[in-house]
Design a binder for this molecule. Structure first.
Ligand SMILES: COc1ccc(/C(C)=C/C(=O)O)cc1
Ligand SMILES: [Zn+2]
Length: 261
């Protein structure tokens, strides 16, 4: 129906251009990051994350990923510094992951993909009056990308994975208060940055990407809990496991990736 899209054979990333022609645009995401081709830009400042007074609201299954939304009615939780001209407000975060034993990050590093990728989505509330308007502007959004690799248990990720049973089905939502995503950051904030897009429809070319170089470690068991989510709703006959919800790397089309120190 309508602009239905997904990650399957009949509605996956290679077909999205039919309803979203920008899918073949000049600044699409994700991309393959080639570290030694990234320009070290010494003018790039450190990124600053002011998440101390962030207010998480709910966790939901939107049929494509699991999303934690935040109160973005003021500048209580923002990202600034780095390549940014102003502060951007945290709106939501979500994940992309693979099937069992398969990797599912969106960005790749020298052709290597990680098990999963966390996206923290922020919007430019200085220049735009709401998220929807910012989402269509070339400098409207900032997405902070964090790679997840499998290894030790992540000591805080269980707060999220323990809630996933509540949002098993597409369209489900439940309260999720008091979660601060600062606990999901790696120790280093060194990053790559480039101009790109949303990685799901409507694929707007409105994102300044900031991808942290250092992955966080999560256990295979924790990652497995994401795979108990379903793409399908409670009322649907088909039960399709939510996995491999990632878009593959897109053409760089002459863009430069910059590297912080
Ligand atoms: C205005 O509608 C939107 C739909 C999705 C998104 C995001 C945040 C997509 C993505 O994460 O790739 C933004 C706006
Ligand atoms: Zn994403």
């Amino acid at each position: 129906t309508g602009n239905h899209w997904g990650y399957g054979k009949e509605d996956g990333p290679s077909l999205w251009h039919r309803n979203y022609p920008v899918a073949q645009g000049s600044r699409q995401s994700p991309i393959d990051i080639i570290p030694h081709q990234a320009a070290h830009d010494h003018s790039l400042d450190a990124i600053i994350l002011n998440y101390d007074h962030c207010t998480s609201i709910n966790i939901s299954n939107n049929g494509h990923s699991v999303v934690v939304e935040f109160d973005d009615s003021d500048d209580r939780s923002v990202i600034r510094g780095g390549p940014l001209d102003n502060a951007y407000r945290l709106k939501q975060f979500h994940f992309h992951w693979g099937g069992k034993g398969c990797h599912g990050s969106e960005h790749t590093v020298a052709g290597m993909s990680y098990a999963s990728e966390l996206h923290l989505v922020h919007w430019n509330a200085v220049k735009y009056k709401n998220f929807g308007e910012a989402a269509t502007a070339p400098d409207g959004l900032v997405v902070l990308g964090i790679f997840l690799e499998t290894g030790d248990d992540h000591r805080w990720l269980h707060v999220i994975t323990d809630a996933l049973y509540m949002v098993k089905y597409k369209g489900s939502l439940t309260d999720f208060k008091g979660f601060n995503p600062k606990c999901l950051l790696p120790s280093s904030l060194h990053y790559w940055t480039y101009l790109g897009s949303l990685t799901t429809p409507p694929l707007h070319e409105s994102v300044t990407w900031i991808i942290l170089k250092e992955p966080i470690s999560v256990s295979e068991k924790q990652l497995g809990k994401f795979r108990m989510l379903l793409f399908t709703g409670e009322e649907e006959d088909q039960r399709i496991r939510m996995e491999n919800n990632f878009r593959p790397p897109q053409p760089l089309k002459g863009r430069k990736v910059r590297s912080s120190n």
